[in-house]
Design a protein around this ligand. Sequence first.
Ligand code: SAH
Length: 364
Amino acid sequence: MLNKLEKFIKNQIDLNGPMDIGQFMSIALAHPKYGYYMKQDPFGREGDFTTAPEISQIFGEILGAWVADLWMQMGCPESFTLLECGPGRGTLMVDMLRGAKNVKGFHEAAQIHLLEISPTLKKIQGEKLFPHRPIWHDSLETLPTGEPLIVLANEFLDALPFRQLQKTAEGWQERVVSYEEENGFVFALRPVGKALISHIPSHLHSAHPDGVFEIAPARINFIRNLAAHLRENSGVALFIDYGPMRSGLGDSFQALKDNAYAKPLEDVGNADLTSHVDFEALAQAAGQEGLQINGPVNQGTFLQNLGIGLRAQKLKRSASKEQGSDIEKSLHRLTDSAQMGKLFKVLCMRCNNGSITQTNPAGF
Ligand code: SAH
């Protein structure tokens, strides 16, 4: 039995033919009524996945110190835009603000802006961040201008749509989603134009048969739009996400439900859909837009450079034995190379248009 969202997608495919993975993902996540992000709170132990800020408060507190440090490097502007993209439950922002609360003038200067699509999550963010009077945005276009900005995005870009190209005996084709009465939603291949193929880096053109290359025009466009804001107002953006340092081959389309991997084309609308973020492609786009780049570096390296070990030791001193062991476990999960430490990368892009001074941000 198809659910309502699946019926909607099937109808679209009946009308227009197979859809690319990006279209499928957009509908599955963001359909105004039945999309995954429109319905539920996907986080935490009882949710579908757990993110770094939900693992430990140390993550956000350390990033708060990072933001405050940048703000001071900028000469402590009286007012600046502190934007978080895809803030989830608002945990990272709350922890960041707490981490920076002893920095004189910081709270007064930080104007909190949130880019968020999910009504359920907006409500949770509003409850948590109420004293800071956040302003929500559906797109970057409505951001204020005339003051510098600092942007953070943890596990945001992976949620934006991507597409897949597959090498076949006839050359590159696009991997699309089709529907068969007996099998439900299935992957299929269709011819692809030169424009998309031009995204494939030249060293991957001679890919082995069945090799898959993922492109994400939506993510690149997001970086380009953000770059325009950073150029105009000057500022810094930090992206933390999972994915490779270098563009490569591989099918990373994944669905997460109840903290376990699920099949991306099954139970559509009830699982989170993502793919790995191609950090080389992002850095390249930011570079073309005239931004300065730091990283990508591994999340483990970044957090160690920012002193996460010391911070954990300090917290442990005033913790019970049980809390102490929780702190150790979280530290391990965030930084160990077999856990999130290596799979997750941190990439910083910034533009200093002359009005503020900026040296290299901490952590790189
Ligand atoms: N940063 C949070 C949440 C990550 S999940 C954390 O680390 O816990 C992805 C977040 O991005 C969610 O808040 C989701 O609702 C939001 N999101 C997904 N697609 C979006 C889009 N197109 N525009 C704005 N927000 C989006």
